[in-house]
Design a protein around this ligand. Structure first.
Ligand code: 13P
Ligand code: SF4
Length: 363
């Protein structure tokens, strides 16, 4: 290793050696690793002093992802971890709706998000007034809400779901509320994808027009959806899959369920970020695999399994600008100054907790 430390001690050398063993130079060069190692060691000290736990989503950049989180995973796994923790402080290295979910489940704990810019285009794509409008037109239909939504939206919902359990939760809602049709929001594409999986119709009402009546949408099993989209996953097109299949014959294509239905239907497998990671870990040594999702996840997989690098196909311009506002520097500042604290008024948190806990109980 080329050494760039001005004053290296044995502890730093050991930390850097451990990082180098976990993350190959092709992903993070030596000089960057040495800068990051110093930040990691400071974060670790503060984490112990303050009895904090760090949760890291699969889209975090590789050095952060492979060092400071106590738990890594998709939204469902991290919600479960948030529900179980006995730490005093939860630092969420993910986006704001994930930190809000942790706060919904832990009202007495301090929940911190390292950046105020860590939003989500899906969560921003629906407002509480939209749910009130839907409730007014469809008073007897349950509202199933994707976890990528604000606490205020969750508070007006019957149950939440993630990409890892959306089909299961919709089936549960049909049974529990004894209705063939459900409202699912806000992800337009996930609505289309899950409707196809469950053999349901899909209908997107528009606030500008008179919507179909409740009687009409309950004639046959229907998902009443909304029009929000993930600005990262909506960029994938069927042409990308055709190009992959032509350039890499025999390659397997994985697509996140936030991708448009015409993309998911051409792919070989669709699942949450963790489900796709597991698929790559199990199959990526023998076959080429294209990963249609946020690109850091592929970097994180290669960091853990360098032997997968040659087989993993990804489009590296597709990164989530919100996720990437979370850095080691911001996380150190979050723990040092205990910023930025997530707060939710009790009258919103309590009904939102019912919807989130229902989801966790369903599985
Ligand atoms: P997962 O729950 O699959 O990790 O998805 C979260 C997300 O925001 C994907 O864009
Ligand atoms: Fe939201 Fe898309 Fe970013 Fe996920 S990748 S946090 S859905 S904008």
């Amino acid at each position: 290793m080329k050494e760039h430390l001005t004053n290296p001690g044995d502890i730093y050398r050991e930390l850097i050696a451990n990082l180098r063993a976990a993350i190959p130079e092709s992903v993070v060069p030596d000089f960057e690793l040495q800068i990051k190692a110093e930040l990691v060691s400071q974060i670790e000290v503060l984490k112990r002093e303050k009895n904090a736990v760090i949760l890291g989503h699969n889209y975090m950049e590789p050095v952060l992802f492979h060092t400071i989180p106590d738990y890594q995973g998709d939204s469902l796994e991290l919600s479960r971890r948030a529900a179980e923790t006995d730490a005093d402080i939860i630092v969420f290295c993910g986006v704001h709706f994930m930190a809000e979910t942790a706060k919904i489940l832990n009202p007495t704990k301090k929940v911190l998000i390292p950046s105020l810019e860590a939003g989500c285009s899906l969560a921003e794509g629906i407002k509480p007034s939209d749910l009130l409008w839907l409730r007014q037109h469809y008073p007897h239909l349950p509202i199933v809400t994707y976890i990528n939504s604000s606490a205020k939206v969750k508070a007006l919902s019957d149950v939440c779901c993630t990409s890892g359990n959306v089909g299961q939760v919709i089936r549960w809602a049909q049974k529990y509320f004894a209705t063939p049709s459900v409202i699912f929001l806000p992800d337009k594409y996930m609505a289309g994808n899950v409707a196809k999986d469950l053999a349901m119709n899909v209908y997107f009402p528009d606030k500008q027009d008179e919507p179909k009546s409740e009687t009409e949408v309950t004639q046959s099993p229907t998902i009443i959806g909304w029009n929000a989209r993930c600005y990262v996953h909506e960029q994938y097109t069927p042409e990308h899959i055709k190009a992959i299949r032509s350039d890499y014959p025999g390659a397997i294509v994985l697509a996140h369920p936030e991708c448009p239905p015409e993309v998911v239907s051409l792919s070989d497998f669709s699942g949450s970020t963790s489900a796709m990671s597991k698929y790559v870990e199990q199959n990526g040594r023998d076959k080429k695999i294209a990963l249609l999702t946020e690109c850091s996840m592929a970097d994180n997989l290669v960091a853990n399994h360098p032997e997968l690098n040659a087989n993993l196909i990804r489009m590296c311009n597709l990164r989530c600008r919100y996720m990437h506002t979370i850095t080691l520097e911001q996380t150190l500042a979050a723990l040092t100054y205990e910023q930025y604290e997530v707060t939710i008024p009790e009258e919103i948190r309590r009904p939102a907790e019912v919807a989130v806990r229902r989801m966790i109980a369903i599985g």
